[in-house]
Each structure stands twice: as C-alpha cells, then as structure tokens.
Design a protein around this ligand. Structure first.
Ligand SMILES: [Zn+2]
Length: 241
C-alpha cells in the first residue's frame, strides 16, 4: 500500500487534459530581436501582467546594457509597453551581440500574480488549502506546495466523511464509495506519501526529495480531484432530478 501511486505515468497521462480545464499561471515570454545584429533591441510576447492577455511588448526607449554571466553575455533592461492595454513592464534579456539566435528572455517585472481562483462549487475549507498551494508554487516553495495539497486532500476526505482513521484508509474509502475513480485513488496515494515525507520524514533531506516536478504533479492532481469530486457533480446535478 505504501508504494501505491509511486509511478509518474498517470500524471503525465493527465496533464494534457488538465490544461484544458484550468488556466495555467503566466510563463516566460518569447523574445524577438529587432534592428541590426549589433543593436540590443528586442520585443517580448507573452501574458501581460496588467491586462492578462497574450500581447506584444514594444520598447519605449533604448535598453540599459550591462555585462552578465561571466562577461561573455550582455543583459539588456528595457521599459516596454503592452500593445493591448498600453501599460508598462520592465523586460530583462540576455544577448551576446553576435548572433540573433543567442538572444534570450531572462525575466520581467511586474510578474503579475498566480491565478488562484477556484470554482464556487468547491467548499471554502478545501479550496483555501489548494489556493495556498498554488501561491506556494508561484514563489518556488515546492515542499510547501505538496504539503498544502496534502492538507487540502485531507480536509476534503474529512468533509466527505471518508471512513478510516488515517488518510491512507480514507482515500481507499472514497474509491470504494465511488466518490473517486481508480486512477484518482492511485494518484491520491502518491500525494499522501509525498506529504508524509515532507511532514514527518528526515527534514535534512526534504529539499532533495520533493522537486519542482512533484509540486507541479501535486497541483495537477488536486485540480483533477476537485473537478471530479465537486465541480462535475455540481454541473450534473440539474440533470439528475
Ligand atoms: Zn496589457
């Protein structure tokens, strides 16, 4: 039982489906070189932290250029304007000044904030732990992300009156009663084990055992779990009368 759900296959299988159900947090922008090769000029494309749309950002002035990364590359910092809402961002880009293909996006400010909205059908006490997990992932706190996912799962199991005196038995109880499917049961056990590792394991080893990928998987699992246990049943309720 302890090793159930340890494989990664289910998560990889589900990711494409989950992406259609939930909006992802903003990711890195695409950079495009402008002008001649020796010019440090660029535009950016990506989600605007102000208007939340996919937009282009054009430079409003020349970039401030400084040496970066062992002085082999330069960093250009430039005030840029969203072509959708006309608000401004500060774009950071790296470039060797020789080949256009070497230009790459580094970061931008403001970063915006994570989309931690959840549907109204998810009980507040379950949703709040999951929302905190999303915010933890946003600031790269991966152990905390997994622990908050586990906490949200635990609160949900209690709320759904899953039988058993520990999370392991409660998850199996939810599967037995038909509240969750067999793939979800296996995934829940994996989250349960991760959370256990973080909460009660060897603390000196936590950072190396729970990775960014685990945090991404835990968030993906919780989204699927909440969709299955709360959102879809609420949507189908009118048809079951
Ligand atoms: Zn905008």
């Amino acid at each position: 039982m302890e090793n159930e759900g340890a494989g990664r296959g289910l998560f990889e299988f589900l990711h494409p489906y989950l992406a259609a159900l939930w909006k992802d947090t903003p990711v890195a922008m695409e950079v495009m070189h402008l002008g001649s090769v020796n010019e440090f000029r660029f535009s950016l494309n990506g989600e605007c932290p102000h208007c939340k749309r996919q937009c282009s950002f054009m430079p409003v002035d020349g970039a401030h250029v400084e040496l970066a990364e062992g002085k082999l590359t330069s960093r250009g910092v430039c005030a840029m304007q969203c072509q959708g809402c006309r608000n401004f961002i500060l774009g950071f880009v790296l470039y060797d000044g020789k080949t256009v293909a070497s230009m790459r996006y580094e970061k931008h400010y403001p970063l915006g904030k994570p989309n931690d909205e959840v549907g109204p059908d998810i009980p507040v006490e379950v949703a709040s732990g999951f929302q905190e997990a999303i915010r933890c992932q946003w600031v790269n706190c991966f152990v905390a992300t997994v622990l908050m996912c586990r906490r949200s799962l635990q609160i949900s199991c209690d709320r759904e009156q899953a039988k058993g005196d520990d999370l392991c038995r409660q998850v199996d109880s939810l599967a037995k009663s038909g509240t969750i499917t067999e793939p979800l049961r296996k995934m829940a056990h994996r989250i349960r084990l991760f959370g256990k590792q973080g909460a009660h394991g060897d603390y000196s080893d936590i950072d190396s055992t729970i990775t960014e990928e685990d945090a991404v998987d835990a968030i993906a699992f919780m989204r699927h779990y909440l969709e299955h246990v709360y959102v879809l049943p609420a949507k189908l309720r009118p048809y079951s009368k």
